[in-house]
Design a binder for this molecule. Structure first.
Ligand code: FE
Length: 341
Protein backbone atom coordinates (compact mmCIF):
# COMPACT_ATOMS: atom_id res chain seq x y z
CA UNK A 1 0.00 0.00 0.00
CA UNK A 2 2.73 2.30 1.01
CA UNK A 3 4.72 1.44 -2.11
CA UNK A 4 1.73 2.17 -4.34
CA UNK A 5 1.36 5.54 -2.66
CA UNK A 6 5.02 6.34 -3.24
CA UNK A 7 4.76 5.42 -6.93
CA UNK A 8 1.66 7.60 -7.19
CA UNK A 9 3.56 10.53 -5.78
CA UNK A 10 6.40 10.00 -8.23
CA UNK A 11 4.01 9.83 -11.17
CA UNK A 12 2.22 12.92 -9.89
CA UNK A 13 5.46 14.81 -9.60
CA UNK A 14 6.70 13.68 -12.98
CA UNK A 15 3.46 14.88 -14.52
CA UNK A 16 4.09 18.37 -13.11
CA UNK A 17 7.61 18.38 -14.50
CA UNK A 18 9.08 18.18 -11.02
CA UNK A 19 12.44 16.54 -10.41
CA UNK A 20 11.92 12.90 -9.51
CA UNK A 21 15.10 12.05 -7.70
CA UNK A 22 15.24 12.78 -4.00
CA UNK A 23 18.85 11.59 -3.81
CA UNK A 24 21.88 13.79 -4.23
CA UNK A 25 23.11 14.03 -7.78
CA UNK A 26 26.45 15.60 -8.55
CA UNK A 27 26.08 18.86 -10.43
CA UNK A 28 22.32 19.25 -9.89
CA UNK A 29 20.16 21.83 -8.14
CA UNK A 30 16.38 21.66 -7.65
CA UNK A 31 14.66 24.97 -7.01
CA UNK A 32 11.15 25.46 -5.66
CA UNK A 33 10.17 29.05 -6.37
CA UNK A 34 7.07 31.06 -5.55
CA UNK A 35 8.33 33.85 -7.83
CA UNK A 36 6.45 33.26 -11.03
CA UNK A 37 8.62 35.45 -13.26
CA UNK A 38 9.89 33.91 -16.48
CA UNK A 39 12.79 36.37 -16.26
CA UNK A 40 14.18 34.31 -13.35
CA UNK A 41 15.14 31.60 -15.84
CA UNK A 42 18.01 33.85 -16.92
CA UNK A 43 19.37 33.59 -13.36
CA UNK A 44 19.30 29.80 -13.53
CA UNK A 45 21.00 29.83 -16.95
CA UNK A 46 23.74 32.15 -15.72
CA UNK A 47 24.31 30.00 -12.63
CA UNK A 48 24.55 26.88 -14.82
CA UNK A 49 27.02 28.63 -17.08
CA UNK A 50 29.17 29.81 -14.18
CA UNK A 51 29.20 26.61 -12.13
CA UNK A 52 28.30 23.76 -14.47
CA UNK A 53 25.51 22.83 -12.03
CA UNK A 54 22.28 21.93 -13.85
CA UNK A 55 19.20 23.69 -12.47
CA UNK A 56 15.68 22.30 -12.47
CA UNK A 57 12.90 24.43 -11.08
CA UNK A 58 9.28 24.28 -10.10
CA UNK A 59 7.35 27.56 -9.95
CA UNK A 60 3.96 27.81 -8.33
CA UNK A 61 2.34 29.63 -5.41
CA UNK A 62 3.99 29.61 -1.99
CA UNK A 63 1.05 27.76 -0.32
CA UNK A 64 1.24 25.02 -2.99
CA UNK A 65 5.00 24.63 -2.59
CA UNK A 66 4.57 24.49 1.17
CA UNK A 67 1.97 21.72 0.92
CA UNK A 68 4.14 19.78 -1.55
CA UNK A 69 7.17 19.91 0.70
CA UNK A 70 5.13 18.80 3.70
CA UNK A 71 3.84 15.83 1.71
CA UNK A 72 7.25 14.94 0.29
CA UNK A 73 8.91 15.05 3.70
CA UNK A 74 12.43 13.64 3.80
CA UNK A 75 12.25 12.56 0.15
CA UNK A 76 11.61 16.08 -1.14
CA UNK A 77 13.82 16.88 -4.13
CA UNK A 78 13.82 20.59 -3.21
CA UNK A 79 17.24 22.10 -2.52
CA UNK A 80 16.18 25.75 -2.45
CA UNK A 81 13.00 27.64 -1.64
CA UNK A 82 12.58 31.11 -3.13
CA UNK A 83 9.66 33.32 -2.11
CA UNK A 84 8.66 36.91 -2.53
CA UNK A 85 7.74 38.18 0.93
CA UNK A 86 9.25 37.17 4.24
CA UNK A 87 5.80 36.14 5.49
CA UNK A 88 5.99 33.18 3.12
CA UNK A 89 9.54 32.25 4.07
CA UNK A 90 8.51 32.37 7.70
CA UNK A 91 5.82 29.75 7.04
CA UNK A 92 8.38 27.40 5.48
CA UNK A 93 10.68 27.95 8.43
CA UNK A 94 7.89 27.36 10.96
CA UNK A 95 7.02 24.10 9.21
CA UNK A 96 10.65 22.94 9.63
CA UNK A 97 11.24 22.97 5.87
CA UNK A 98 14.37 25.16 5.88
CA UNK A 99 17.78 24.54 7.40
CA UNK A 100 20.22 27.02 8.94
CA UNK A 101 23.12 28.02 6.72
CA UNK A 102 26.38 29.71 7.63
CA UNK A 103 28.06 31.60 4.83
CA UNK A 104 30.57 34.39 5.45
CA UNK A 105 29.86 35.70 1.92
CA UNK A 106 26.12 35.98 2.53
CA UNK A 107 26.61 37.44 5.99
CA UNK A 108 28.95 40.10 4.58
CA UNK A 109 26.70 40.96 1.63
CA UNK A 110 23.25 41.01 3.25
CA UNK A 111 22.42 43.42 6.08
CA UNK A 112 21.35 41.72 9.31
CA UNK A 113 17.84 43.20 9.17
CA UNK A 114 17.18 41.35 5.93
CA UNK A 115 18.13 37.81 6.90
CA UNK A 116 17.20 35.25 9.50
CA UNK A 117 19.65 35.40 12.42
CA UNK A 118 20.05 31.61 12.18
CA UNK A 119 20.47 31.59 8.40
CA UNK A 120 17.21 29.80 7.48
CA UNK A 121 16.62 32.46 4.81
CA UNK A 122 18.33 35.48 3.30
CA UNK A 123 16.87 38.50 1.52
CA UNK A 124 18.18 39.13 -2.01
CA UNK A 125 15.94 41.97 -3.21
CA UNK A 126 13.98 44.69 -1.44
CA UNK A 127 10.44 45.80 -2.19
CA UNK A 128 9.05 49.00 -0.72
CA UNK A 129 5.33 49.32 0.02
CA UNK A 130 4.51 52.84 -1.10
CA UNK A 131 1.53 55.18 -1.37
CA UNK A 132 0.15 55.97 -4.84
CA UNK A 133 -2.26 58.91 -5.00
CA UNK A 134 -4.10 61.22 -7.36
CA UNK A 135 -2.31 64.59 -7.23
CA UNK A 136 -5.41 66.35 -8.63
CA UNK A 137 -7.49 65.25 -5.67
CA UNK A 138 -5.02 65.09 -2.80
CA UNK A 139 -2.29 67.35 -1.58
CA UNK A 140 1.13 65.79 -1.04
CA UNK A 141 1.41 67.78 2.21
CA UNK A 142 -1.59 65.88 3.60
CA UNK A 143 0.05 62.50 3.11
CA UNK A 144 2.97 61.55 5.28
CA UNK A 145 2.69 57.94 6.30
CA UNK A 146 0.47 54.87 6.25
CA UNK A 147 -1.66 56.55 8.92
CA UNK A 148 -2.76 59.14 6.35
CA UNK A 149 -5.10 56.60 4.75
CA UNK A 150 -6.98 56.35 8.04
CA UNK A 151 -7.78 60.09 8.27
CA UNK A 152 -11.35 61.47 8.23
CA UNK A 153 -10.65 63.40 5.02
CA UNK A 154 -10.01 60.12 3.18
CA UNK A 155 -13.62 58.90 3.44
CA UNK A 156 -14.51 57.10 0.21
CA UNK A 157 -11.04 57.77 -1.22
CA UNK A 158 -9.15 54.56 -0.44
CA UNK A 159 -8.67 51.53 -2.71
CA UNK A 160 -6.92 48.46 -1.28
CA UNK A 161 -6.41 44.84 -2.22
CA UNK A 162 -7.56 41.99 0.01
CA UNK A 163 -6.27 41.57 3.54
CA UNK A 164 -5.26 37.96 2.96
CA UNK A 165 -2.65 39.13 0.46
CA UNK A 166 0.78 38.50 1.92
CA UNK A 167 2.01 42.06 1.19
CA UNK A 168 -0.82 43.53 3.26
CA UNK A 169 -0.30 40.97 6.01
CA UNK A 170 3.38 41.88 6.27
CA UNK A 171 2.57 45.60 6.30
CA UNK A 172 0.12 45.03 9.15
CA UNK A 173 2.70 42.87 10.91
CA UNK A 174 5.04 45.84 10.88
CA UNK A 175 2.35 48.27 12.07
CA UNK A 176 1.68 45.93 15.02
CA UNK A 177 5.39 45.93 15.80
CA UNK A 178 5.65 49.73 15.56
CA UNK A 179 2.38 50.94 17.02
CA UNK A 180 1.16 48.07 19.17
CA UNK A 181 -1.88 45.88 18.59
CA UNK A 182 -4.57 48.43 19.56
CA UNK A 183 -3.38 51.22 17.29
CA UNK A 184 -2.78 48.80 14.43
CA UNK A 185 -6.33 47.47 14.83
CA UNK A 186 -7.71 51.03 14.86
CA UNK A 187 -5.78 51.78 11.65
CA UNK A 188 -7.26 48.75 9.90
CA UNK A 189 -10.76 49.78 10.98
CA UNK A 190 -10.38 53.40 9.85
CA UNK A 191 -8.83 52.48 6.49
CA UNK A 192 -11.56 49.94 5.93
CA UNK A 193 -14.18 52.60 6.75
CA UNK A 194 -12.57 54.86 4.12
CA UNK A 195 -12.81 52.31 1.28
CA UNK A 196 -14.17 53.55 -2.05
CA UNK A 197 -15.01 49.93 -2.87
CA UNK A 198 -14.49 46.44 -1.48
CA UNK A 199 -10.98 45.01 -2.02
CA UNK A 200 -10.43 43.62 -5.48
CA UNK A 201 -7.50 42.83 -7.79
CA UNK A 202 -3.76 42.97 -7.26
CA UNK A 203 -1.45 45.95 -6.79
CA UNK A 204 -1.61 47.02 -10.46
CA UNK A 205 -5.41 47.17 -10.28
CA UNK A 206 -5.18 49.55 -7.30
CA UNK A 207 -2.98 51.92 -9.32
CA UNK A 208 -5.39 51.72 -12.26
CA UNK A 209 -8.31 52.49 -9.91
CA UNK A 210 -6.57 55.63 -8.65
CA UNK A 211 -5.69 56.66 -12.19
CA UNK A 212 -9.30 56.14 -13.33
CA UNK A 213 -10.64 58.29 -10.48
CA UNK A 214 -12.37 55.44 -8.67
CA UNK A 215 -10.42 56.41 -5.56
CA UNK A 216 -7.65 58.85 -4.68
CA UNK A 217 -5.13 56.82 -2.72
CA UNK A 218 -3.79 53.29 -2.33
CA UNK A 219 -0.80 51.28 -1.10
CA UNK A 220 1.23 49.09 -3.48
CA UNK A 221 4.68 47.62 -3.90
CA UNK A 222 6.91 50.13 -5.68
CA UNK A 223 7.81 47.89 -8.61
CA UNK A 224 4.23 47.69 -9.91
CA UNK A 225 4.21 51.47 -10.33
CA UNK A 226 7.72 51.52 -11.83
CA UNK A 227 6.82 48.79 -14.33
CA UNK A 228 3.82 50.83 -15.46
CA UNK A 229 5.94 53.97 -15.75
CA UNK A 230 8.55 52.13 -17.84
CA UNK A 231 6.05 50.00 -19.78
CA UNK A 232 6.28 49.68 -23.56
CA UNK A 233 2.53 50.34 -23.60
CA UNK A 234 1.71 54.06 -23.76
CA UNK A 235 -1.67 53.35 -22.12
CA UNK A 236 0.08 51.90 -19.08
CA UNK A 237 2.55 54.80 -18.94
CA UNK A 238 -0.25 57.37 -19.26
CA UNK A 239 -2.15 55.68 -16.47
CA UNK A 240 0.82 55.74 -14.10
CA UNK A 241 1.71 59.31 -15.06
CA UNK A 242 -1.67 60.53 -13.84
CA UNK A 243 -0.65 59.38 -10.34
CA UNK A 244 2.08 60.36 -7.88
CA UNK A 245 3.95 58.41 -5.23
CA UNK A 246 5.18 58.86 -1.69
CA UNK A 247 7.50 56.64 0.30
CA UNK A 248 5.61 56.67 3.60
CA UNK A 249 7.29 56.19 6.93
CA UNK A 250 6.48 53.98 9.87
CA UNK A 251 8.88 54.36 12.74
CA UNK A 252 12.27 54.72 11.13
CA UNK A 253 11.25 54.47 7.48
CA UNK A 254 9.25 52.85 4.69
CA UNK A 255 7.91 49.32 5.09
CA UNK A 256 10.21 47.10 3.07
CA UNK A 257 9.85 43.41 2.33
CA UNK A 258 12.16 40.98 0.57
CA UNK A 259 12.47 38.40 -2.09
CA UNK A 260 14.32 35.79 -0.13
CA UNK A 261 15.58 32.25 -0.32
CA UNK A 262 16.74 29.48 1.97
CA UNK A 263 18.14 25.97 1.78
CA UNK A 264 15.53 23.21 2.11
CA UNK A 265 15.69 21.15 5.28
CA UNK A 266 16.24 17.91 3.33
CA UNK A 267 18.19 19.41 0.44
CA UNK A 268 19.83 16.53 -1.48
CA UNK A 269 22.35 19.00 -2.98
CA UNK A 270 23.21 21.25 -0.06
CA UNK A 271 26.54 22.56 -1.38
CA UNK A 272 25.00 23.49 -4.73
CA UNK A 273 22.17 25.20 -2.86
CA UNK A 274 24.57 27.37 -0.86
CA UNK A 275 26.52 28.15 -4.05
CA UNK A 276 23.25 29.32 -5.63
CA UNK A 277 22.45 31.61 -2.69
CA UNK A 278 25.94 33.09 -2.97
CA UNK A 279 25.40 33.58 -6.69
CA UNK A 280 22.20 35.53 -5.94
CA UNK A 281 24.29 37.85 -3.78
CA UNK A 282 26.88 38.40 -6.55
CA UNK A 283 26.63 41.46 -8.80
CA UNK A 284 25.51 39.35 -11.78
CA UNK A 285 22.95 37.48 -9.70
CA UNK A 286 21.61 40.72 -8.25
CA UNK A 287 21.25 42.33 -11.68
CA UNK A 288 19.47 39.32 -13.13
CA UNK A 289 17.17 39.08 -10.12
CA UNK A 290 16.15 42.73 -9.89
CA UNK A 291 16.64 44.14 -13.41
CA UNK A 292 13.44 42.81 -15.01
CA UNK A 293 11.30 42.98 -11.84
CA UNK A 294 12.34 46.49 -10.75
CA UNK A 295 13.01 45.42 -7.18
CA UNK A 296 15.79 47.15 -5.26
CA UNK A 297 19.05 45.18 -5.15
CA UNK A 298 20.00 44.02 -1.65
CA UNK A 299 23.75 44.27 -2.02
CA UNK A 300 25.55 47.61 -1.80
CA UNK A 301 27.14 48.86 -5.00
CA UNK A 302 24.90 46.93 -7.40
CA UNK A 303 23.50 49.31 -10.05
CA UNK A 304 19.79 50.15 -9.79
CA UNK A 305 17.46 48.66 -12.43
CA UNK A 306 16.29 51.18 -15.06
CA UNK A 307 13.42 53.28 -13.78
CA UNK A 308 14.46 53.19 -10.12
CA UNK A 309 17.03 55.96 -10.40
CA UNK A 310 14.28 58.58 -10.68
CA UNK A 311 12.55 57.52 -7.46
CA UNK A 312 13.00 59.71 -4.41
CA UNK A 313 15.61 58.72 -1.85
CA UNK A 314 14.04 56.88 1.03
CA UNK A 315 14.96 55.26 4.28
CA UNK A 316 13.98 51.63 4.70
CA UNK A 317 12.40 50.63 7.99
CA UNK A 318 14.81 48.74 10.18
CA UNK A 319 12.26 46.41 11.77
CA UNK A 320 13.79 42.92 11.65
CA UNK A 321 12.17 40.81 8.92
CA UNK A 322 11.72 38.09 11.55
CA UNK A 323 9.05 40.21 13.28
CA UNK A 324 7.05 40.39 10.05
CA UNK A 325 6.88 36.61 10.11
CA UNK A 326 5.99 36.33 13.77
CA UNK A 327 3.06 38.77 13.53
CA UNK A 328 1.40 37.22 10.43
CA UNK A 329 -1.53 35.49 12.11
CA UNK A 330 -2.32 38.39 14.45
CA UNK A 331 -2.25 40.65 11.38
CA UNK A 332 -4.96 38.57 9.69
CA UNK A 333 -7.04 38.57 12.89
CA UNK A 334 -6.96 42.37 13.08
CA UNK A 335 -7.97 42.74 9.43
CA UNK A 336 -10.81 40.24 9.92
CA UNK A 337 -12.05 42.10 13.00
CA UNK A 338 -12.14 45.31 10.93
CA UNK A 339 -14.21 43.60 8.23
CA UNK A 340 -11.44 44.18 5.66
CA UNK A 341 -12.09 41.34 3.21
FE1 FE B 1 4.45 41.25 -6.45
Amino acid sequence: MRFVHYIAILIGLAACGVPEAPKSEAGRLNIYTARQYTSDQAIYAAFEEETGIRVRFRDTSAPQLLESMKTEGASSPADIVIAPDVGSLWKFQEAGLLQPVTSPRLEAAIPETFRDPEGHWFGFARRARIIVYDPDRLNADDISDYGSLAGETMKGEVCMRSSSNIYNLSLMAELIERWGEDDAAAWAQSVRDNFAREPQGGDTVQIQSVSAGECAITIVNHYYWVRMMTSSSSDQRDMAERTAIIFPTVGAGTHVNITGAGVAANAPNRDAAIAFLEFLASERGQELLTGPTKEFPMVDGVPLPDGLESLPEFIASDVPMLKLGENQSLAQQLYDKAGWK
